[in-house]
Design a protein around this ligand. Structure first.
Ligand code: GLV
Ligand code: GLV
Length: 329
C-alpha cells in the first residue's frame, strides 16, 4: 500500500534512508531538530497513515482525532511507550510499535552500570573538586567512596535491560544479584545467578537498587517513602527507567534525612524538570551524592541508529501487510 508517514523530529538517518528508499512511502519530517509545538503536531498529522513519534510527544485522543481515520500506526522512537494512550489506540485498532532492539537494552544497561560506578567512586564530585583547583596533594581520606565488588545489586524488573545489567555486574565484578518482578525469569536467573526476592526483601538487602520496569499504573511511585525507608542507609538508587516510577518528593526526603546514600538519575518526574516540585528539583541539582543525566541512557550513536532502523523496519513491515517485530499489546 502507499502510505504517508509523519516523523515528529529529525532522528539519526539510517532508518529515514530505509523509509525514503521505499517508493510507496511519502515521508514528512518536522523540520529543524526541535520539539514540535503541540499545535503544529495536531496540524501536521492530519490525513497521515503513520506517525513516527518521540517520547516527548503525548500521543493521545486529541492527536489521534487530529490525524483522523487515515491513521493506522504509531511507531514510537523509544523503548518506553507511556507517551501513547494505548486504550484510545486500541479503540481505533491502531498498531503501536516501540523501538526495542538488543543494542538499546545493552546501551541502557551500560548507562546504569556507569551510574553505579560513578556513584560508588564519586567520579562527578571528584571531577568538580579537581577542576575547582581544590586538589592540593594526595590525602589518605580524600573523597572516600565505596567498592562495588562483593556488593549486592537489586534489580527491580527482570526484563531485557535488567538482565543485561545483571550479567555484566555478576560476571564482570562479582556482584551478587537479586531481582523482583511480577513473574520469575529462569533465563535471567541462569545468566546472572540472580535470586528472586519480594520488593521489600530486595530493598532491604541491596547496596544498589536499579529500576528496569516500564511506567504503568502499577509501577507509578513504586519507589515511595515506604520503599526508601526499607533501603540501607548506605544504599544507592539508580533510575534509568521512567521518572514517575520514583516519587521524587519522597526521594528528596530520603536524601535529606540520609536514609539512602545517594542516587543516579537519568529520568525525572516532570521532565525536563528534575522533580515534580521546584524546591525538590533545586535540591537534586545541588546534592553532591546525586548524579543527574538528561535522559541520555540510550544516547549512543550506535543505539540511536539501531532505534532508527528498528522504527523503520516496523513501519516497512506494517505497510507490506506483515506484523511488525515490536508490536505493543
Ligand atoms: C527512552 O527512555 C526510551 O524509552 O527509549
Ligand atoms: C596511590 O596512588 C597509591 O600508590 O597507593
Amino acid at each position: 500500500m502507499t502510505a504517508s508517514v509523519f516523523v515528529t523530529r529529525e532522528i539519526p538517518d539510517e532508518g529515514l534512508k530505509m523509509l525514503r528508499r521505499d517508493k510507496h512511502l511519502k515521508i514528512e519530517i518536522y523540520e529543524g531538530d526541535k520539539l514540535i509545538p503541540r499545535r503544529e503536531l495536531l496540524r501536521r498529522v492530519k490525513g497521515k497513515n503513520v506517525i513516527l513519534s518521540m517520547l516527548t510527544e503525548k500521543i493521545d485522543r486529541e492527536v489521534m482525532d487530529a490525524a483522523g481515520p487515515s491513521l493506522k500506526m504509531i511507531a514510537n522512537y523509544a523503548v518506553g511507550f507511556d507517551n501513547i494512550d494505548l486504550k484510545e489506540a486500541a479503540k481505533r485498532k491502531l498498531v503501536i510499535t516501540n523501538a526495542t532492539h538488543p543494542n538499546v537494552s545493552e546501551t541502557v544497561a551500560e548507562h546504569a552500570v556507569a551510574l553505579i560506578f560513578a556513584l560508588a567512586h564519586r567520579i562527578v564530585e571528584a571531577d568538580h573538586f579537581t577542576r575547582a583547583g581544590k586538589y592540593k596533594g594526595w590525602e589518605p581520606q580524600l573523597l572516600l567512596g565505596t567498592d562495588v565488588m562483593g556488593k549486592t545489586l537489586g534489580l527491580i524488573g527482570g526484563g531485557a535491560i535488567g538482565g543485561m545489567v545483571a550479567r555484566r555486574m555478576h560476571e564482570g565484578f562479582g556482584v551478587k544479584i537479586i531481582y523482583t518482578d511480577v513473574k520469575r525469569n529462569p533465563a535471567f536467573e541462569k545468566m546472572s545467578g540472580a535470586k528472586l526476592r519480594t520488593k521489600e526483601q530486595l530493598l532491604g538487602e541491596s547496596d544498589f537498587v536499579s529500576l528496569h520496569v516500564p511506567l504503568l499504573p502499577s509501577t507509578k511511585h513504586l519507589i515511595d517513602d515506604k520503599a526508601l525507608n526499607l533501603m540501607k542507609k548506605t544504599g544507592f538508587l539508580i533510575n534509568t527507567a521512567r521518572g514517575s516510577v520514583v516519587d521524587s518528593a519522597a526521594l528528596v526526603r530520603a536524601l535529606k534525612k540520609g536514609k539512602i546514600a545517594g542516587a543516579g538519575i537519568d529520568v525525572f518526574e516532570g521532565e525536563p524538570q528534575f522533580a515534580r516540585k521546584k524546591s525538590d528539583a533545586d535540591y537534586l541539582q545541588h546534592a553532591w551524592n546525586v548524579i543527574l543525566t538528561p535522559h541520555t541512557a540510550s544516547a549512543t550513536i550506535e543505539t540511536r541508529q539501531a532505534m532508527s532502523r528498528t522504527a523503520a523496519e516496523n513501519i516497512l513491515a506494517f505497510v507490506k501487510g506483515k506484523t511488525p517485530q515490536n508490536v505493543i499489546k
